[in-house]
Design a protein around this ligand. Structure first.
Ligand code: ARG
Length: 577
């Protein structure tokens, strides 16, 4: 039973409002003494010709509102407050988690629907920095969230593998390239020659011409230039894939801009046919005045296509190949206007799919108490951030293991540090609304008591350890049909059950707003409630065997819920710590 729905049905019965309206209005009150669900009566004032306070008070005594699973219904001001029966609530919620395990919270919402999620999309031959990590982590999490809700997800990596800079790289590589260095540390070598190109170009304009020629040859498909470009692309991908593997991130499609460049002609002829191309300062553009945005350039004055043209081609490709219901772009806020222009061009051209595209923007990444080598210009590499986080985590858990006289091997500690250290970074990206800027600080992200991945993982390991201990003592948790679950009525237990009950709704909201933080907030709520429960109720001591079994079942549900929630965020848990 879904308690929210059940409350809504009761309200529907006594007010005559339709269920959909009621369901939207049912709230979760901010304070415990206001009950578990509340219905604001303002919407009824007009039709009932009464003040909302009066309506609430009259309705509260309607006996159709009583049910075995409701302990009381009370009027407070204009609100009708519902108090659920704690035992019944616990049994209802926990039965489901005990049956479903980590499949809890799944839904049919997305059945038969496809979501294209574009994320990461780094530029070939350029370092993978902490900004790319933002899109990678958000997109990875959103993909898992949509999948959980039953959607078919297509993960796209729209690589930046095209543009005049590849003409420059070809020229630079022929002049100064070092093959061995390229094999060993590809991005550093490519960056080195790229920077050198720009320095030398200032005194030697022939370099500019050479780069332009090489780019032209690349566009025309000349074998040698294409081979070099492919080499740059391949070695860059090796580096990116190492990072993706480390983070458990994967893609279904790596078609980059070069792929869509080949389709740009079709975009141009389509727009011409529809009479949408106009000339502006030598370039061919689509006027977008009616959308309140500047014109979108399709062809530059020299006849070449640009970034936006390739994005238009990419949408048509995605529409044709995946028939998406939604096509989302996890790309930084600075590109908001670009996407608005691209979507508007397709809208103007009459494509229905234009309305199914959405830009999912995010903020900037900043650092508080951290120093990095930033050897590649002024940017922080994701790899460095991860390595440092893992190293610091290792020191912390090693000290802790020594203090506890733990018999964990160094190898085990390092494996744990890798997961927890990575998790700490990932969590920092998903713990708040994505449009807010992120501030990295070791003190905050590695705080085992704070709102952090180490805290979540530690709590998970703690539930595991209790479940192991119970198994050793031969205590079996109550199962999904057990009446023992009705005994979970204490304040701490109830808070824990409520937090678990909130998770499915949080997952839906996360997908609805493309905000993984809805999930991170729900999981951290479960962990906090559990730790309060753990500190106040000794789960395995005492002589009430039935209560022990019921509490162990709660423990198991917390464990599965945290595993599920962290999975959706892209964080791995560990069995012990
Ligand atoms: N490669 C671009 C960058 O690193 C991001 C690409 C965004 N995606 C797109 N379809 N335009 O800035």
């Amino acid at each position: 039973m879904d308690f929210r729905n059940a409350v809504a049905k009761k309200v529907e019965e006594v007010t005559g409002l339709d269920l959909e309206t009621v369901t939207k209005l049912v709230e979760i009150p901010p304070q415990e003494d206001m009950g578990d669900f509340a219905f604001p009566c303002f919407a009824l004032a007009k039709t009932m010709h009464k003040a909302p306070n009066m309506i609430a008070s009259d309705l509260s005594s309607d006996e159709r509102l009583s049910a075995p699973w409701l302990s009381k219904v009370e009027a407070k001001g204009p609100y009708l407050n519902f108090f659920v029966d704690r035992g019944a609530f616990a049994k209802e919620v926990l039965s489901e988690v005990l049956k479903e395990g980590t499949a809890y919270g799944a839904s049919k919402e997305g059945d038969g629907k496809t979501v294209v999620v574009e994320y990461s999309s780094p530029n070939i031959a350029k370092p993978f920095h902490v900004g790319h990590a933002f899109t990678t982590i958000l997109g990875h999490s959103l993909s898992r969230i949509y999948e959980k809700l039953g959607y078919k997800v297509v993960r796209m990596n729209h690589l930046g593998d095209y543009g005049t800079q590849f003409g420059k790289l070809i020229t630079a590589y022929r002049l100064w390239g070092d093959e061995a260095a390229l094999e060993k540390d590809p991005i550093t070598e490519l960056l080195r020659i790229y920077v050198k190109f720009h320095e030398e170009e200032k005194n030697d304009p022939s370099l500019t011409d050479s780069a332009r020629e090489n780019f032209k040859k690349l566009e025309d498909g000349c074998a040698e230039e294409v081979a070099l470009w492919k080499k740059f692309r391949d070695v860059s991908l090796v580096v990116f894939n190492q990072l993706y593997d480390r983070m458990g991130v994967s893609f279904d499609n790596y078609n980059g801009e070069s792929y869509y460049a080949k389709m740009a002609d079709q975009v141009v002829s389509m727009l011409k046919e529809k009479n949408l191309l106009v000339e502006s300062e030598g370039a061919q553009v689509v006027d977008l005045e009616e959308f309140g945005v500047p014109p979108c350039i399709i062809l530059k004055s020299d006849g070449t296509t640009i970034y936006g043209t390739r994005d238009i081609a990419a949408i048509l490709y995605r529409d044709e190949n995946y028939h998406f219901d939604k096509n989302i772009y996890v790309v930084g806020i600075p590109q908001a206007l670009h996407f608005k222009q691209v979507f508007s061009v397709l809208k103007k051209a009459g494509y229905e799919c234009a309305d199914k595209c959405e830009h999912v923007g995010f903020g900037l990444v900043k650092f508080k108490d951290m120093k990095f080598s930033t050897r590649d210009g002024n940017i922080v590499l994701l790899e460095e951030l991860l390595d440092e986080s893992v190293a610091k985590t290792y020191e912390l858990i090693k000290a802790n293991a020594e203090a506890r006289n733990s018999d964990m091997s160094d190898e085990e500690l390092r494996a744990i540090a890798e997961k927890v250290g990575l998790g700490a970074v990932v969590y920092t990206y998903v713990k708040a609304g994505r449009e807010r800027d992120i501030i990295f600080s070791w003190d905050t992200m590695l705080d085992f008591e704070g709102d952090t991945a180490p805290y979540l993982i530690y709590t998970y390991a703690r539930t595991k350890s209790i479940l192991r201990k119970a198994a050793e003592q031969g205590i079996v948790p109550a199962d999904s049909d057990s009446e023992l679950l009705l005994n979970l009525k204490g304040d701490e237990e109830f808070a824990c059950v409520k937090a678990i009950a909130d998770l499915p709704e949080a997952i839906k909201k996360a997908a609805g707003s493309n905000e993984p933080f809805m999930v991170s907030r729900a999981v951290s709520g479960i962990a906090r409630a559990y730790n309060r429960f753990y500190n106040n109720c000794s789960i395995l001591s005492g002589d009430d065997e039935s209560l022990k079994k019921a509490r162990l079942a709660l423990c198991k549900c917390v464990c599965d819920s945290i595993e599920l929630g962290t999975y959706l965020l892209g964080i791995s848990v560990v069995e012990q710590m």
